[in-house]
Design a binder for this molecule. Structure first.
Ligand SMILES: *[C@@H]1O[C@H](CO)[C@@H](O)[C@H](O)[C@H]1NC(C)=O
Ligand SMILES: *[C@@H]1O[C@H](CO)[C@@H](O)[C@H](O)[C@H]1NC(C)=O
Ligand SMILES: *[C@@H]1O[C@H](CO)[C@@H](O)[C@H](O)[C@H]1NC(C)=O
Ligand SMILES: *[C@@H]1O[C@H](CO)[C@@H](O)[C@H](O)[C@H]1NC(C)=O
Ligand SMILES: *[C@@H]1O[C@H](CO)[C@@H](O)[C@H](O)[C@H]1NC(C)=O
Length: 414
């Protein structure tokens, strides 16, 4: 039967093409919309870097913990951290005609977590008989500086931890809460107490932390640090400056001096290193420049300043904005150095001795798939992911349909 043979021939060609063609674009490929780009990439134009260059696919997803060797102490991993994670564009409690709080991020905390952010910087205040996330001054939250009640964000974190049992999240609280047991009550209400990594297990003298896999096994997957020292004694909440060194934010391209509250960067009595890389006032259009080559250069500067220690947390504004790999590439580099002494986590190979690296080309990214739904109640200002997912499936189904149509036409002509 001639017709059947032709059909088979074309079917196999079509199937071969289906398997081979990457119609989803790779990192740095020119694109028009997010839907053009493969999994973990956004279509983005960094006009501050080059106003005439077209948009390209840039990274928006961290390398997952599943690709790490999780047997190392927690202080041998690096995590993307969002500065003022809660200060999200479009989130406004409507308490004032003008809300003066600056915005540092553009997607919800749920979306940040889904994209691989594992460090959250949250400013908490007593406000309206509750605790609020607020970007204010002199320790006082006002109607025109308030952003949202804290429980929405804490509940989002609890939902994420429940849905992702191998993930560890760290919270750095710029703490202005003076209500008795205020933080404990808020964490309890959000269902987060059961995940709290206990103060008693934190190394007080700069020693190694428990291993990542042991933290996962004991389900103690939430680290909370407060900027108020007395909360260690009253609520068992770690005083950040007992455990973390941090460089001065604001002055970029710097030599990585410590910020005032922190011990010097090279104080080995603090075993976690946090690198701030954002300007004093958020600069949305310029963030893609800050978060790219400049950030990658400063990793080495901070490594030297911190007494030859690679940073564990890299805190940025508008974390998805970059000219290619951005903060995602920065933590891949840090994790490579920390885990196996190679310049990228992808160059580490199980069983290799430290410093023995595999220099393979990165695997091509696959087609877009819907972002895993881990929150029944997304925080306000959620990313446009539902739209882009719809667009993505429409895009792939149109590609599929046009191919099938071409085939049908070819078959009919035969
Ligand atoms: C900006 O992009 C355009 C178009 O891709 C290119 O021709 C030009 O060389 C770029 N300019 C710089 C300074 O990289
Ligand atoms: C702040 O907002 C609350 C809730 O809308 C309102 O009750 C209160 O009067 C406002 N405070 C000021 C100082 O405007
Ligand atoms: C936060 O708390 C308020 C007041 O208790 C409640 O109305 C609201 O539903 C809570 N939001 C979440 C996400 O739990
Ligand atoms: C953002 O940074 C650029 C480059 O430093 C500067 O020209 C611009 O004025 C800044 N914008 C804001 C809003 O600060
Ligand atoms: C993980 O790291 C530990 C400590 O360096 C090493 O002993 C172990 O072999 C590594 N495991 C894998 C699978 O590479």
């Amino acid at each position: 039967m001639k017709g059947n043979k032709i059909f088979l021939k074309f079917f196999s060609i079509w199937f071969y093409l289906l398997m081979q063609v990457h119609w989803w674009k790779q990192i740095s490929n020119v694109c028009k919309t997010d839907a053009d780009c493969g999994q973990g990439l956004n279509c983005f134009q960094c006009a501050a870097a080059n106003a005439t260059a077209p948009p390209i696919c840039t990274r928006s997803l961290a390398t997952p913990v599943s690709s790490f060797n999780t047997t190392l102490p927690f202080n041998q991993y690096a995590w993307i951290t969002t500065h003022n994670s809660y200060a999200i564009e479009g989130v406004d409690p409507g308490l004032s005609t003008f809300n003066l709080a600056p915005r540092n991020q553009e997607d919800s905390v749920t979306s940040q977590l889904n994209n691989g952010v594992r460090g959250l910087m949250l400013d908490m205040y007593d406000f309206m008989n509750d605790i609020w996330l607020c970007h204010s001054y002199q320790g006082e939250c006002y109607n025109f500086t308030a952003i949202s009640p804290v429980n929405g964000t804490l509940t989002a974190i609890a939902t994420f931890l429940a849905a992702n049992p191998t993930e560890v999240v760290s919270i750095f609280i710029e703490d202005y809460v003076h209500a008795t047991n205020g933080l404990t009550n808020a964490f309890t209400k959000a269902g987060l107490m059961k995940y709290m990594f206990p103060l008693a297990k934190m190394p007080p003298d700069g020693g190694n932390w428990p291993t990542l896999d042991s933290m996962i096994a004991s389900n103690e997957r939430l680290l909370v640090f407060s900027s108020i020292e007395s909360k260690q004694a009253t609520e068992g909440i770690a005083y950040q400056w007992n455990f973390v060194v941090e460089n001065q934010y604001g002055s970029l391209l710097q030599n990585c001096p410590n910020r005032g509250e922190s011990q010097p960067m090279n104080s080995l009595s603090r075993s976690l290193v946090l690198e701030n890389y954002f300007p004093s006032g958020p600069n949305e259009s310029f963030a893609c420049v800050d978060n790219s080559a400049d950030l990658l250069n400063v990793l080495g500067v901070c490594h030297t300043a911190a007494g030859n220690r690679w940073s564990n947390f890299v805190a940025v504004d508008f974390y998805m904005r970059c000219t290619g790999g951005g903060v995602f590439e920065a933590v891949d580099e840090l994790n490579g150095e920390l885990e196996c002494g190679c310049t990228d986590i992808h160059y580490c190979k199980a069983g290799n001795a430290r410093g023995v690296c595999v220099q393979s080309a990165p695997a091509p990214v696959g087609p877009r798939s819907p972002v895993p739904v881990t929150s029944a109640s997304p925080t306000p200002g959620a990313a446009s992911s539902p739209e882009s997912n719809a667009a993505a499936s429409l895009y792939s189904s149109t590609s599929f349909m046009s191919l099938t149509l071409c085939l049908a036409i070819l078959l009919i002509r035969h």
